[in-house]
Design a protein around this ligand. Structure first.
Ligand code: HEM
Ligand code: HEM
Length: 131
């Protein structure tokens, strides 16, 4: 497996554990963490745990299902950087109640989804009769 796809999966598992801990900590005592903890928890789970798992598994499996190499390894590397930097900025923004930071992180997270979309569509496209 490509190091980047393994890293996506490892990070997804770490985000899942972290998001769960934030939820449990918040249930025990909602006061220590500042900002919007529900949105922080939700996006660490949804963009961190769920989306990163889809990225790692998708980048590994979809080229194999389609019988073609991934369209671009470089685009997938940039997807790793933008998805993670984006999530950290969003998380920092929700902790600091800073909308501009959430928006910047959100734009990077969106870019990661767009890069994944481009790369996967170019990989699984029809190559002509029979495939
Ligand atoms: C260890 C497991 C989890 C714990 C302890 C936990 C705990 C919580 C808590 C305490 C809330 C806030 C409820 C409130 O506002 O009254 C919440 C909201 C939420 N959780 Fe979780 N959760 C867990 C797993 C997950 C997972 C796996 C996902 C998604 C993949 C998820 C997605 C959400 C969402 C979307 C919200 C709503 C946020 C909002 O109201 O804006 N949670 N969770
Ligand atoms: C580009 C990535 C994303 C951006 C920029 C973004 C942005 C936001 C923002 C700004 C809010 C807060 C809205 C409010 O103040 O009420 C929000 C809420 C929420 N988002 Fe996202 N989000 C993104 C991705 C996702 C994804 C991938 C999911 C689910 C798979 C998701 C699920 C939710 C949920 C469940 C809420 C809470 C709704 C509520 O309880 O009020 N988001 N998102």
């Amino acid at each position: 497996m490509h190091w980047r796809n393994r890293l996506f999966i490892t990070l997804a598992l770490i985000y899942g554990l972290l998001g769960g801990l934030i939820g449990i900590a918040w249930l025990i005592d909602p006061t220590p963490l500042p900002g919007d903890v529900a949105l922080l928890h939700a996006h660490i789970m949804l963009l961190g745990f769920i989306a990163m798992m889809i990225y790692g598994v998708g980048l590994h499996v979809l080229p194999r299902f389609s019988g073609r190499p991934l369209y671009s390894e470089r685009i997938a590397d940039w997807q790793l950087y933008t998805a993670n930097l984006g999530l950290w900025l969003m998380a920092a923004g929700w902790l600091a109640a800073d909308v501009a930071l959430v928006a910047a992180g959100g734009a990077l997270s969106w870019l990661a989804i767009a890069l994944f979309t481009l790369n996967i569509l170019r990989t699984v496209r029809r190559y002509g009769p029979g495939g």
